[in-house]
Ligand binder design. Sequence first.
Ligand SMILES: [Zn+2]
Length: 453
Amino acid sequence: MIVSVSIDEEGQVALTSAIVRPSVEAWAALPRRAHVRREGTFAWLIGVLTTAGAFIVDRGWETLDDPAWAGAYRAIDMFGMASILLALSFSVVGFLLRRYALVAAPLVLLAAAIPHTLDGYASAVVWWLGAAAAALWAVSAAARPWHQLRAVCRLAQASLTGRTTAVGPNAVRAGNRALRRGLLRLPLFLAAACGGWALAFGVLPTELGHTYEELGEASSSSFFAAAGTAASIVAIAEAVSQVWRTYAYGRVGRSLVWEIPSGRGVASWCPYARNDAGQVPMEAAEAPGCNCLAEFRRAFPDGENDLMWNEGVPAADYCPIHGLDRINELTPTEFTALAEETWLWDAGSDLPEPADPDARRLLLYGLAGHTFAGIPVRKHGGRIDADFPGVTPVREADPAIFGPWWDKPLRPEAGAQDIIDLRPAGYTGSAFRYRHGRAWFETAPPFAARPEP
Ligand SMILES: [Zn+2]
């Protein structure tokens, strides 16, 4: 997997990446994402049980009405009270942290174990046991992404096609941008941590040596210390996650372009998978006899700026080549042979989907497993590139649950001319032709249900 860097004619840095094309079976066998939510929830439960256990061992109910500290306020009181505050907050909202809870749970419990040990509490042993259990759980959970990254590396090695392609600047920028976004959060958390600790140690000298009554039955330094510890822990969790993403992306992502089968898998849902239905590709629109471009300019005199010259124009209803009459005059055999043409289909319709998952491949740049599922790219001239630099990475999702958040339009109920079954030609459904509109594709029931393979 050799990466070479070159400067293209526009002076932009272009990478040359190897193309990998896994088989449908090998792609389906790649380990799926572990249950992140379940892992985080279990870490949170360890925190809750440890906090409850410590309360029982210290017989906390007997001292509920006692002052929060006895005698003069000491620095260890600040750490002890901050750790209790933190453990209680984690017990209440820790499940919201999801995978961060894996890193946060052992640190929260460790932050309680140290002051409780130094101050001779009976609960110290409970805090230590809880911290150890949470740490073990975090290590066992961390092994999974590690195995998955190795599986992705092995699959890449086994699926090398020997072909290479230039990767355009939008794709490179989109990859770096996705990584950088996480790196920007880190200084924010660090600043919050520093602010919390600065306030805690700034207030501490004014509170040291005072009794509970003298300080008005509250200590500000312990609140600030709790906030500082919480922000430090989140910063550590964020750093761990960023280091891992950067490592995985550098190890396998940056140098490869994947041709992956459509359907479920590590990268199954593409927010920017574009539907070109109803469009005429620019080369076809510039051919003699087609008036789609002229129609577009007539209808939108100021629309020239909206035209993407590497994409297409909307097909015109009266174009002799791409118009409605042309579509409806095709015999079913002719129509089926042209089924891949985008101009046959209404802009609200899906394009016909091949029944064989091997037939249509999605192009991804930078796939590094679950931690970074890659940037969706397409062929642009002689290279592959993302549509724009802000494209977000794809993510693993069950399309049945997380599919597009908008409701798909339904095909019109009236005005149908005929139905052409495209299944014998290898698609998942039928075409509905309309007397006064473009055709609609509808997936047939056996495919529409999409049972888990
Ligand atoms: Zn045309």
